[in-house]
Design a protein around this ligand. Sequence first.
Ligand code: C2O
Ligand code: CU
Ligand code: CU
Length: 561
Amino acid sequence: MKRLAIIIAALCVYHMALAQNAIFLPDTISGSTIGLTISRDSVQFLPGRITQTYGINGYSYFGPTLILHKGQNVHFTVTNHMGDTTTVHWHGLHLAAINDGGPHTMIMDGMDWSPSFPVMDRAAMYWYHPHLDHKTGLQALRGAAGVIIVRDSTEQTLNLPRTYGVDDFPIVVQSHEFASVNQINPRAMSDSILLVNGTLDPMVSLPAQVVRLRLLNASQERTFNFGLTNDRLFYVIGSDGGLLSAPVSTTRVSVSPGERAEILLDLGTMAGQTLYLRSYGSELPSDVRGGTPMNMGGMNTMYSPLDGIDFNILQIHVAAATASPVTTIPSSLVPVPRYQASAADMTRRITFTAQNMMVMDGPFYFNGQLFDMERIDHRIPLNNTEIWTLRDSTMVAHPFHLHGVQFQVLDRDGNPPSAKEAGWKDVVLVHSLENVRIMMQFTDFPDTVTPYMYHCHILMHEDDGMMGQYVITDAPTGIAGPAADGCKLYPVPASDVAYITSDHSITAVEIRDAIGQAVETPIHLSQQAASIEVASLSDGIYTLEIKSGEQSFFQKLVIKH
Ligand code: C2O
Ligand code: CU
Ligand code: CU
């Protein structure tokens, strides 16, 4: 049966060689007010049963491309008509946690969510997708996602292709498993259906000049080792959160789930010819999903017919050049000041673990713990510069993603990153038994109530609990580690009196509302306990700072009358 499935899947791969559908190019939306409506829909991808999908603003699968300009303000209204709760996360953008659309910011079916924020990001490709706890994979893979292109004045001065759909294309690559009844499987391991921008058997016509492709891997688990037919050279110009300091001439760029790479192709001499964007999976190491799976003591760990092979993803027809084409590759791009590690930086260690070394499918853990919506894993003092050591103690490589800020890869097992990886990143693939050190600064958005996420971007691992959360505190003394230790706050929610008990003697308690304003109400202290009169406070979520001498502990106070 398994064998039959592989043969059928292999036929699908063969079928894809007959690429023939022009890729879907989503319309763009820009401006200071943007409405997104996510709906339930369906697509006839394969013969037989239609495939249930989600689409945005009238599309049956996927959503419009948002064009944002650094420095502008943007007001969103996100309307949920999915028939399910959701959230919308702006992957890679630097914004307050309440606007980030993580799993705490739920939008019930039929409801709206209206985040507003300034665009503070460098020119690059970001993306948006749901982030509901346990359901990110299902909702994102079924199509509730789209591309964000940020433009800025520095990028604007460079002689780069930037005409959307003419010489500058989003290329969103997904490999899907359509389970027996043609439904997208959010836990796909036998993925064999490739989509580019939601298009099956995709092709694109590109002009015979310098063209920019913005590659996004929006797959469940597969890493693509992108290259072109005949190992044709191309240039990597950008990573997740910005342009590189100079184009990197190469024949490969590996992009794991959630990651982006911007590349330039020089097609100047190729008018009339056909080539392919490919994945050279045979070159990926065996710990990476997409490489040749390792043979675990005779157990057949072959999951997908795409594993360990080289295959075409997108057929490229080279057409005539446009008027006033870009014809040269710039020699430099934008300065990328590299962080320098210093002894003063706070360090944290995040070890990727599993029940044992034989676990290939999960669940996987951070520091031995599954995700818990109610547990804050790290409290990061505002303005901290930090170095996180990501240690993968499992047999499987994991693409680690951090919300809230872009980071830099300091080193991999002590070696500096390659030029392609020396720019701004929000996802980094950590290999089995590797130590990757990343460095970042937390200079904005203190909020001890709504956390930011970090997680594996293999969606099945994330949904299974390979996720943690952090908050940024503006407390003067850095509170590292589990700060709420020994403090209990009850009842939840509270209506007239909230009680605190602590292992430490309590010297003061301060209350702040959701926007950080101090709130006055009678508080009674007695050694290791306190009571707070909350009857006159309005419903909502407040932050308590519980002081014990020099130390502060933070707790969320929920009031509901
Ligand atoms: Cu692309 Cu937390 O996600
Ligand atoms: Cu994200
Ligand atoms: Cu993982």
